[in-house]
Design a protein around this ligand. Structure first.
Ligand SMILES: NC(=O)NCCC[C@H](N)C(=O)O
Length: 314
């Protein structure tokens, strides 16, 4: 029997435009309840490895895998022998001979995930790394599709730290014609240049617009105002005055007033009174908890896509 051949999702840029659109649409189908209730992962074993805290992503992928018929193995931060010095490469060689998909939230840069993904027997899904949070962006695309029926020509304003969520959002939105992403990030806390450069390349091709500024003046009207917590996982602020730097970037009713028809999105967890006021997060424009639910629907779309055996397509 030929060996299974599976697809990885380490970065949004691992997906073609067609694949990105497919996963977003499939997530929207699951979210709308219109996807068939087949159990395509019935013979699949999914490993779930989280080295950092998680509420949404871990639950979305675990529940999603179970609902699609898979069986789960969960690993805590200290469980694998990598903690006693085994190399990532050896760990990957072993796990890939036993399980079909590994969903992993690692502590650091993508290179550990890339080392896991140096084989194709076991699909590897980046459940958030230092640089990028691709499964968040896919859930966000699904949320936009559910709310607006399209992604093209939408204008999203992202306010706050240029973290893993912002990088993935920039890479994802840059693929859609006419879509605009206005990033307003605190000075010194912008999106890493590598991601902005990659997003610019996609935007040039698609006709999207990605712009970053480090102030809150002259905020344009948009379809979506999006923010994120101020304490990004695994980061330490280099200066003691960081709250003063972040304070103007709090999303308030006044921020929302410049986009009277906009919805409010947040990748959560939220800290009311820091990055967003309670009246916005809990107010009528907020779709943050629908967005959180869409992590589960989108996770099923990701798992279905990654776990499919492509060996017969060669
Ligand atoms: N939706 C999520 O996955 N939330 C947890 C992480 C949020 C944020 N991007 C962080 O790195 O702290």
């Amino acid at each position: 029997m030929p060996q299974a051949e599976r697809r990885h999702l380490i970065s949004i840029d691992d997906l073609s435009d067609e694949e990105l659109r497919h996963i977003a649409l499939r997530g929207a189908e699951f979210s709308a309840g219109s996807a068939d209730d087949a159990r395509p992962l019935a013979d699949t074993v999914v490993g779930v490895l989280f080295r950092k805290t998680s509420t949404r992503t871990r639950t979305a992928f675990s529940a999603g895998a179970l609902r699609l018929g898979a069986r789960l193995i969960t690993y805590g931060p200290g469980d694998l022998q990598e903690n006693t010095g085994e190399t990532v490469e050896d760990s990957a060689a072993v796990l890939s001979r036993m399980i079909d998909v590994l969903v992993a939230r690692t502590a650091g840069p993508e290179h550990e995930l890339r080392a896991y993904a140096a084989q194709r027997r076991m699909a590897v899904v980046n459940a958030m790394s230092q640089g990028e949070h691709p499964t968040q962006a896919l859930a966000d695309l699904t949320t936009l599709l559910r709310r607006f029926g399209r992604i093209e020509d939408l204008h999203v304003i992202y306010v706050g730290e240029g973290n893993n969520t912002a990088s993935a959002l920039a890479l994802a939105l840059s693929r859609f014609p006419g879509t605009r992403l206005t990033l307003r990030t605190p000075p010194g806390y912008g999106v890493a240049p590598e991601y902005l450069e990659r997003a610019a390349v996609s935007a040039k091709r698609s006709g999207a617009r990605i712009e970053e500024r480090h102030d809150m003046a002259d905020l344009p009207a948009a379809d979506v105002v999006y923010t994120t917590r101020w304490q990004t996982t695994g980061t330490v602020k280099p200066t003691a005055d960081w709250r003063e730097v972040f304070a103007p970037f709090q999303v308030t009713e006044k921020t929302m007033a410049s986009s009277p028809d906009a919805v409010f999105m947040h990748d959560l967890p939220a800290h009311r009174g820091e990055e967003v006021t309670a009246d916005v997060l809990d107010g009528p424009a907020s779709i943050a908890f629908d967005q959180a639910e869409n992590k589960y629907h989108s996770a099923r779309a990701v798992l279905e896509w990654c776990a499919a055996d492509r060996s017969s397509e060669r």
